[in-house]
Design a protein. Structure first.
Length: 143
């Protein structure tokens, strides 16, 4: 009886391993999945740095002044090399969505960052939105 159950377990285990190997091979050959360019990119690191700045500092500035200060701190941090394009401060977003209305904008042509003017750290509603621009001038969520 022990031999029967051990043989059955080996068969089940072999079947599971075979199925997982086939699934792995299928996923490697299937190139139809969407690649996320943002995850683990320099843009994600910059966004995390800006969130940390906003959380740890009490900025009284709003609008373009806030974005100018953030821009200077990001460039001084060394996260952006001299070879990479510089971030510029733009007018506030034209979007009327509640979460991004009136946000100041930083962009380098590839990465666009929107910082909400009236963020409140104590209420945990700090608004920073960003996207990677792919041949566009604004993020898709700004429409």
């Amino acid at each position: 009886m022990t031999f029967f159950y051990s043989s059955l377990s080996i068969l089940f285990f072999s079947g599971i391993v075979l199925i997982s190997k086939h699934a792995t091979l299928y996923m490697k050959n299937n190139t139809a999945y969407i690649e996320n360019k943002y995850t683990s990119s320099k843009y994600q690191i910059i966004d995390k740095y800006i969130l940390k700045l906003l959380k740890n500092n009490n900025f009284n500035e709003k609008g373009q002044e806030l974005c100018s200060i953030i821009k200077k701190r990001v460039h001084a941090s060394g996260l952006i090399s001299n070879k990479e394009s510089e971030y510029f401060v733009f007018d506030s977003t034209k979007s009327k969505h509640v979460l991004i209305d009136g946000s100041c904008v930083l962009s380098n042509g590839n990465h666009r960052i929107l910082i909400k003017n009236n963020f409140n750290i104590s209420k945990k509603n700090l608004y920073l939105n960003s996207c990677i621009l792919e041949k566009k001038s604004t993020c898709t969520f700004e429409d």
